[in-house]
Design a protein around this ligand. Sequence first.
Ligand code: TPP
Length: 443
Amino acid sequence: MNRIIINLLRQAEISFSNICIQQQRSFQLSSNRLQSVEEQVQEQKKRNVEVQDMPELVRDFLDPAEFYKQVKTICGIDHFCGVPDSLLKDFCAYVTKNVPSSNHLITANEGSAIGVACGSYMATGKPSLVYLQNSGLGNIINPILSLAIPGVYSLPMLLLIGWRGEPGKRDEPQHRIQGPATPGILAALNIPFQVLPDYHEGASQALETAKRYMETAKGPYALLVKRQTFLPYSLPKKTDDSGLVFTREEALQCISEYFHQRDVVVGTTGMLSRELFELRKQRGDGHERDFLTVGGMGHASSIALGIALQRPNRTVFCLDGDGAVIMHMGVLGNIAATAPSNFKHIVFNNGTHDSVGGQPTVAGDYKQFSFGRIAQGCGYKHVMLATNKNEIKEAMEKLRAIKDDGPVLLELRVKSGHRKNLGRPTRSTSDNRKEFMHFLQLN
Ligand SMILES: Cc1ncc(C[n+]2csc(CCOP(=O)(O)OP(=O)(O)O)c2C)c(N)n1
């Protein structure tokens, strides 16, 4: 009897020490933030071995290549489209590298991806995979509910949705409401869904279920992807033959030298707003002049337009991204038609969705694509292009000198990429809004 008790105690001790090893390592990991993702995965694999007979402590990963193969063989999918997301970046990178461009399209916005998937299904009889971040659910609601859904045109497709703001996980303010609301939104859209398992047998079962639904109900089926589901996969580094000298952050520093005390600044979604926040902190400027469009990608220019029209005596700078402008490009027509002369639109064109993994945008084809020509076509009064310090200086001086002849657009062509140790805004969104509104009241 005593021996049995001693054995039980020993087993408990082993289990307890395994848990302690786990906790100690995860503490070491979180205190060592500069460890690369690849190193973290190796570390995790070691921990998986250490937990021995406790599979509940094992953390799995999906290999993007293997998952891609499963999607192809189980669901018969060979066509991909969508807007990139950081939780899906490894899978998106695999698709970008391995799927011919005829079968992969990074679309202007998520709604457009649904349209492309509808067209592709009707042309081939095969569903597409549409990838998106859950922030893009708003953009798909109309084409899903009024076109693709069973009962209207019944067009099947597989939605792969990055689940930012998943309940119980720390995330940024723009994801805190959208995250918990995500399952409810899908339910309201009549889209059956499940969480994508992070191990291959589970993923295969989920894909079988999706396939059956798409074949029988002929409608969209969704897989929700939690953070760290995929193993890292990076696009091979391209040799930079663009001849561009500045990163977005360096160009931001340059143009900010031409901002005045009373200027209003609206920053776009992603890294640019984070860089703007850090820049103000370094300079001890305070943050009240800047509105950070942390969510609502593509709407920074609409926000800036709303302000510019209501406060004609204030100069309003909209600091935009190429992916964001493309996402809701229609507003350029409204900006030009309302012609606020105090509206200064500056587009940082790095040719990528840098903030979520560096996937290309159509704006990176500098030979063919020009924000200046697009803005001019919409009716902007002045358009400019700058790529280096001298050109930025000249453009900013000209842009400031234009008084009654707006709107103006300046395209800054910059290199893709960002600092690894870039911080996040430490002010809350409600403080940002309150201070900004107060600043807007100044005459
Ligand atoms: C509707 C919507 N879709 C997708 C995202 C995810 N997202 C955040 S930033 C970003 C990329 C923005 O690209 P761009 O405007 O070119 O700016 P960059 O990151 O290159 O500076 C994406 C796709 C989002 N926030 N909202």
